[in-house]
Structures are given as C-alpha cells and as structure tokens.
Design a protein around this ligand. Structure first.
Ligand code: HEC
Length: 153
C-alpha cells in the first residue's frame, strides 16, 4: 500500500482548498450587506453629482460628466455581488426579501442598470449635452424601477 500516503496528502490538500474556496465564495451576510450598501452609496454619490449638473444646480461640465458616467459604468456590475444568496438578513437593510424570491425579475432590473450606465458612459464620450441628459434620465429610471419594488424606504 505504497500509494496510500500520497492519496491521503492529496485528499487533505483538496479538502483544505475546498474550505478556502468556500470561505471566499460565502462571506458572512453582514459583510455582504455592508458591501452592497457601500457600493450603492458610491453609485448614489456619482449619480447625485450628475443629477445636480442635469438640473442646473451645478455648472454643466461635459468632462466631469464623462468621468462620473465612467465611474457608474464600472461600479454598476460590481454591486451585484452584494446581493448574494443568504444576505436578505444579518444586518440593518432596506433590501426587500422579494429580491431573493423573485431572482429573475430582480436580475432583469439589475441588468438594465448595467446596460443604461454602460450606454451613459459611451454617450458621455461624445460630449453631446442633449443626448447625455436624455441617457441620464434613462439611467435614473433604471434606479427607480428597482428601488420601487425592492428597496424599503
Ligand atoms: C436592481 C436593483 C437596484 C438598482 C438598479 C439600483 N439600486 Fe440602489 N439599492 C437597491 C437596494 C435593494 C438597496 C438597499 C440596500 C440595503 O439597504 O441593503 C439600494 C440602496 C441604495 C442607496 C442607499 C445606500 C445606503 O445603504 O446608504 C443608494 C444611495 C442607492 N441605492 C442609489 C442607487 C442609484 C443612484 C441607482 C441608479 C444609478 C441605483 N441605486 C440602482 C437596489 C437597486
């Protein structure tokens, strides 16, 4: 039985690797909640600055608009990890449990955010003020569609 120790070592290594993978794949619910709120806060921060420009509360600046649109485009896909299974409770949250009981509808609203922020960053590169404002509205509608259904106020 010369092969036995080798096999045991391999088995131990695989089990250890499995435990590590699980630790990475399944963070604690409170950490997931903290992450999604932080991600949403960053999205809101940049979106708010765009809103101020669009509403004329701050001066129109196409370069600044483009920078923030690019940030939203980068942040939007990242927030999805913050809605991992099992993070419906574990800390103070405004996320409704419906997110996890209606995953397909939630995902389609999420995908719309990714699509609209991606379009926003593309259109922002053109510097066309009217088109940028129009796409800003579409992006805002994507936020609203999800918040209305899945965020408690
Ligand atoms: C697919 C769903 C969805 C979309 C799209 C979405 N959000 Fe959210 N957002 C949520 C949920 C759910 C919460 C509540 C998270 C929590 O409390 O755990 C939230 C929370 C927030 C918060 C509060 C964060 C905090 O805890 O302080 C802000 C700000 C925010 N979103 C801004 C935005 C903006 C701006 C957009 C659009 C550019 C957007 N969201 C798009 C689902 C979404």
């Amino acid at each position: 039985m010369k092969a036995a120790p080798k096999f045991t070592l391999l088995a131990v290594t695989l089990i250890a690797a499995g435990i590590c993978a699980e630790a990475i794949a399944q963070p604690k619910p409170e950490d997931v909640i903290e992450y999604r709120q932080a991600a949403m806060t960053m999205i809101g921060w940049n979106f708010g600055a765009l809103a101020a420009m669009v509403k004329g509360k701050t001066a129109w600046d196409a370069k600044e608009f483009s920078l923030r649109a690019e940030r939203l485009h980068t942040l939007a896909p990242q927030a999805l990890e913050g809605f991992a299974k099992g993070s419906d409770k574990g800390a103070q949250t405004d996320a409704k449990a419906d997110i996890w009981t209606h995953p397909e509808d939630f995902r389609s609203k999420y995908d719309d955010l990714v699509t609209q922020t991606s379009a926003l960053s593309e259109i922002a590169k053109t510097g066309d003020e009217a088109k940028m404002k129009e796409q800003f509205k579409k992006t805002g509608a994507a936020c609203k569609a999800c918040h209305e259904k899945y965020k408690a106020d």
